[in-house]
Design a protein around this ligand. Structure first.
Ligand code: AMP
Ligand code: MG
Length: 325
């Protein structure tokens, strides 16, 4: 790291005092890592192009990959994005929560979202988060916050304060310690086009869940013009190679198990009781721990049991596939 770029990173509590400080930093154009219900995010004022530029630089994220804009409530969403019947309906059902909607940007909005936050697109990705700390921050600073995941581009997403600290200490203004993120995988991203919806990135809100609410879904498009890093084939990568759908690990492999860890095996269980929600919550932190262990022990790979491809298991498998491609 370039010594001149080292910053003093403030560690903030998740109470009113810490969040007020975070709000002041964001209003002044700084970067704050914060807990959300999905994963840790790296937040900045979405109306400040310089602050947005800092997000791309700090993450090493290509500037063509637009950021999700987070706001306090649904009314705020429709101040920056065009309303349509389906969007209003989805927003009243799923917000606040782990859903991101891709909508058309409102042209005559009084609130000017920085162009670079949207990678110059005419669409905007918006979310109203449910995490109480993030909500408090949005309320206190009364700004839209651009907030991608708090990890270096292409590397493992972070869902624990300690992992954010080890990546970004010295590189950003502050980190709010909000404990582990309860969902553990990134938000479901939905695109609405011609009054039809399609899932661009699977998450806690699933196709089954949407169908149960009587939404009809469009088949997945192989659309090259959807710019979504969550859709790049290689993403979310640990340093150690991963091997998927493994029944029994090889001699020099660590195991990431679904269900109890077999006797005599070195590894971590995502959920001893075969609970997919628990597995999602533990996914990135377990991979981070095994990655570190593999480095110390010179393991060849992290072997991973088959994860059932239903519910949030679809999101887990999506991330695992990208992590080893
Ligand atoms: P992350 O910030 O890492 O959670 O990733 C955010 C995701 O939202 C990425 O896949 C972005 O490409 C996607 N995204 C953000 N804005 C847009 C947009 N206007 N159109 C399509 N995808 C978007
Ligand atoms: Mg990300």
């Amino acid at each position: 790291m370039n010594i001149s770029k080292i910053k003093k990173t403030e560690i903030l509590s998740n109470d009113d005092v810490g969040v007020k400080r975070a709000s002041d930093i964001i209003k002044a154009g700084g970067l704050v890592a914060l807990p959300t219900e999905t994963v840790y995010g790296l937040g900045a004022d979405a109306t400040n192009p310089k602050a947005i530029d800092l997000i791309y630089k700090t993450k090493g994220r290509p500037s063509i990959n637009p950021l999700i804009i987070h706001v306090f409530d649904n009314n705020y969403v429709f101040e920056i994005a065009d309303k349509n019947k389906l969007a209003e309906d989805l927003s009243s059902k799923f917000w606040p929560g782990p859903l991101t909607l891709i909508l058309n940007k409102k042209n005559n909005s009084k609130l000017k979202i920085a162009k670079n936050a949207l990678a110059d697109l005419s669409t905007i990705a918006v979310r109203v988060p449910a995490h109480p700390v993030f909500r408090n921050l949005l309320k206190k600073c009364n700004l839209p916050i651009a907030c991608p995941s708090a990890n270096f581009s292409g590397k493992l997403t972070t869902t624990r304060f300690e992992d954010v600290l080890s990546s970004f200490s010295g590189r950003i203004d502050a980190i709010i310690d909000g404990g582990p993120c309860p969902i553990g995988v990134e938000s479901t991203i939905i695109k609405i086009k011609n009054q039809k919806i399609s899932i661009l990135r699977p998450g806690k809100i699933t196709e089954e869940g949407l169908k149960a609410c009587n939404y009809s879904l469009q088949k997945k498009e192989n659309n090259k013009d959807i710019i979504a890093p969550g859709q790049l084939t290689s993403h979310y990568r640990p340093n150690t190679p991963l091997r998927l759908n493994v029944k029994k690990p090889k001699k020099n492999e660590l195991l990431l198990s679904f269900g109890p860890l077999p006797k005599g095996t070195t590894g971590i269980s995502l959920s001893e009781v075969f609970d997919l929600n628990e597995a999602a919550m533990n996914l990135y932190s377990s991979l981070a721990d095994l990655d570190e262990l593999a480095l110390i022990n010179s393991n060849d790979a992290i072997a991973i049991n088959t994860i059932p491809n239903s519910g949030i298991g679809i999101a887990i498998n999506d991330r695992l596939k990208r992590a080893c491609s």
